[in-house]
Design a binder for this molecule. Structure first.
Ligand SMILES: NC(=O)c1ccc[n+]([C@@H]2O[C@H](COP(=O)([O-])OP(=O)(O)OC[C@H]3O[C@@H](n4cnc5c(N)ncnc54)[C@H](OP(=O)(O)O)[C@@H]3O)[C@@H](O)[C@H]2O)c1
Length: 190
């Protein structure tokens, strides 16, 4: 079954970007860990990405990717960008970016259909993840926790999650000192 997964990296104190949208704390991070249960960081993203059929992101995340990448990194997969603005779309073969201004519930069926039989990646930010969670449309949170404390920034989630606590389904310490946590969110029966 296609699942909707919020996959990202967060500081120990729950931020996914600095207030000015920079992520030097992530791109510049180097660490090591060699304790029990450790697994390599290398290859983690590629394995996750292979299981993804479509993506959804907010406009700040989209603009960051356009600004910092040489070419569109998600070729061959449909990507919905939530925005109230008429943003530029990457050209080039394989780029499939669709701008949407609506509640996430309105694009949900189309996003899931595009992903099948793979999963949907909610790239971020925290506000978009909260929109999915508010509507009961988020199945899983997978977060690499980076041992950095910012004290302020863009939060992992924008607001409290409805329902009870998430259920921890995975803990993987990485050889670079990050820890991958996986949580399942139980959807309310419809
Ligand atoms: N650490 C990580 O793994 C990670 C992951 C993802 C993102 N990031 C970073 O975290 C930051 C995220 O910033 P953020 O949370 O402020 O922003 P965001 O979610 O990327 O974008 C928010 C913006 O998207 C638009 N939007 C959101 N929902 C909408 C809807 N339903 N309909 C229409 N438009 C909608 C609005 O802007 P407009 O209408 O003005 O366009 C809104 O201000 C970025 O710097 C990003 O690069 C980090």
């Amino acid at each position: 079954m296609t699942r909707v997964v919020y996959y990202c990296a967060s500081t120990l104190d729950g931020y996914i970007a600095e207030t000015d949208d920079t992520i030097g704390w992530l791109t510049g991070y180097h660490g090591t860990y060699a304790g029990p249960g450790v697994e390599a960081m290398a290859g983690t993203y590629d394995r996750f990405y292979d299981g993804i059929g479509s993506l959804v992101m907010g406009s700040a995340t989209y603009e960051f990717i356009l600004e910092h990448g040489r070419e569109w990194p998600y070729k061959g997969k449909s990507c919905w960008v939530l925005t109230s603005r008429r943003l530029a779309i990457p050209d080039g073969e394989g780029a499939d970016v669709r701008l949407a201004i609506c509640p996430v519930s309105e694009i949900y069926d189309e996003v899931v259909a595009a992903a099948r039989p793979r999963d949907v990646w909610v790239v971020g930010g925290g506000n978009v993840a909260s929109q999915f969670a508010d509507d009961g449309l988020l199945d899983e949170v997978r977060v690499h926790v980076v041992p950095v404390v910012l004290g302020r920034g863009k939060p992992l989630f924008d607001r409290p999650l409805p329902g009870g606590p998430m259920r921890l389904t995975g803990v993987v310490p990485r050889d670079n000192g990050m820890v991958e946590l996986t949580y399942e969110i139980e959807r309310a029966p419809t």
